[in-house]
Ligand binder design. Structure first.
Ligand SMILES: [Fe+2]
Ligand SMILES: [Fe+2]
Length: 184
């Protein structure tokens, strides 16, 4: 007779052959929760992208002349670390819950260190860092938007959509910084 043990063993062999066995233990816990090849590939690429954002904001925080921009980069870095951690958890078989109600972009109110001051090298350099970061956020956000459609699992879709909104908020915060500092 084909018992449950044999059944799980067969599934395990199947997952190993497809390179998805890491999630075998979660498969038992979650029932249908295992990742498709497409999800695996997308999630791994997004994780690499988040790692890159963490490194970028670490470097940009060091390069920024204005203390307020430094703080903004460090705050963004923290968010990217959370994104990285969420993706790591999904790849380990657990989809973390998300609030889907982020107002950081709306609430951000920079005081504008360079406002009303003459153009300087520091201002130009900080303007470059902020503009370049907006470009990155735009690309990353587009990638998340695209990848939502590649997800099979509803919770993963929600998580990716939530992260996308946070990336949009990052771009909005950077834009507000530029606006308040008369860089646009
Ligand atoms: Fe991110
Ligand atoms: Fe971001």
């Amino acid at each position: 007779m084909y018992n449950f043990h044999q059944f799980t063993h067969t599934i395990h062999k199947q997952l190993v052959s497809e390179g998805r066995h890491i999630l075998y233990k979660n498969w038992q816990k979650w029932g249908s929760m295992y990742l498709t090849q497409k999800e695996l590939s997308v999630l791994n690429d997004l994780k690499t992208q988040e790692q890159n954002c963490i490194e970028k904001y670490t470097k940009y925080a060091e390069l920024a002349a204005d203390e307020e921009l430094k703080e903004l980069f460090l705050a963004l870095k923290q968010d990217e670390q959370k994104h990285f951690e969420s993706l790591r958890q999904v790849l380990a078989g657990t989809v973390p819950s998300c609030d889907c109600n982020d107002t950081k972009g709306r609430d951000y109110a920079p005081k504008g260190t360079y406002k009303g001051k003459a153009d300087s090298q520091q201002k130009q350099s900080d303007c470059f860092l902020a503009t370049d970061s907006i470009g990155t956020e735009k690309l990353v956000s587009t990638e998340y938007n695209f990848d939502v459609f590649a997800a099979d699992n509803t919770d993963i879709r929600k998580l990716l959509a939530d992260i996308q909104i946070e990336e949009q908020n990052h771009a909005e915060m950077l834009y507000k910084y530029k606006k308040e500092n008369q860089m646009v």
